[in-house]
Write a protein that binds this ligand. Structure first.
Ligand SMILES: [Zn+2]
Length: 229
């Protein structure tokens, strides 16, 4: 019985430390969705990748579309030239943790270190980070503390297209995006990681979807504009 009580208390602490904050913010983000006629916000997580990100930047350039990149700091360190190119081409660079660890599995100390190290890396690359998206959108109480400490804005999303899945096709992603996107949406896609060369299919789909959306009168902006409205 004593063990059961201890177990119950531990589960309760875990729930309050990470499960409830994660669920709360994901839910609140859905409520917060701003209906805004024609503006949409493309965001990319899990890069920069030396294999895919520049191909994506070429596609964005082709249509003169600006996007926001939530970079994994360790990947950014390995691809400084890509961060420079994002800057030069008017994209927003945000943070997506140090090495894509999950907040569900991180204690306070590890979380503090993750924020401190990743913010320092991004600073050394010339980026003062303002916008933060946690891996999988998961948070713990220490992440919330760090978001306040470093004065970051938490950015989640309204639309996904399961573009990281190994068995999805570029056409599946295209159909999902065209069906799901409405004005005011923050769209979460991936330019790194993923199964079975996933970012390749995301880029292929975007090359079709962007001109269709532009043709429908949508405008693409970086997420800082979302917070100005
Ligand atoms: Zn991610």
């Amino acid at each position: 019985m004593k063990y059961l009580i201890v177990l119950f208390i531990l589960v309760l602490i875990y729930l309050f430390y990470t499960v409830l904050p994660s669920l709360y913010f994901k839910f609140m983000y859905k409520l917060k969705r701003k209906e805004n006629g024609s503006t949409i916000y493309l965001t990319f997580d899990d890069g920069p990748s030396n294999e895919y990100t520049e191909v994506l930047l070429d596609v964005l350039k082709k249509y003169d579309v600006k996007a926001s990149f939530f970079c994994v700091a360790n990947f950014a360190k390995e691809n400084e030239n890509i961060i420079k190119r994002m800057n030069k081409e008017g994209h927003l660079v945000g943070l997506h943790s140090l090495k894509h660890d999950n907040a569900y599995l991180m204690d306070i100390f590890k979380t503090n270190k993750d924020f401190k190290n990743s913010i320092e890396i991004m600073k050394s690359l010339g980026k003062d980070i303002v916008y933060y998206r946690p891996p999988w959108g998961d948070l713990n109480l220490a992440s919330l503390f760090n978001i306040r400490k470093y004065n970051l804005k938490l950015v989640l999303w309204n639309v996904m297209a399961e573009d990281w899945e190994g068995d999805t096709t570029a056409f599946d992603i295209e159909v999902k995006l065209l069906r799901r996107i409405k004005g005011g949406d923050i769209i979460c896609l991936h330019d790194g990681r993923g199964e079975n060369e996933a970012p390749k299919r995301t880029i292929e789909a975007l090359d079709k979807v962007i001109p269709i959306l532009l043709g429908k009168g949508f405008k693409f902006e970086t997420v800082d504009k979302y917070y100005e409205k």
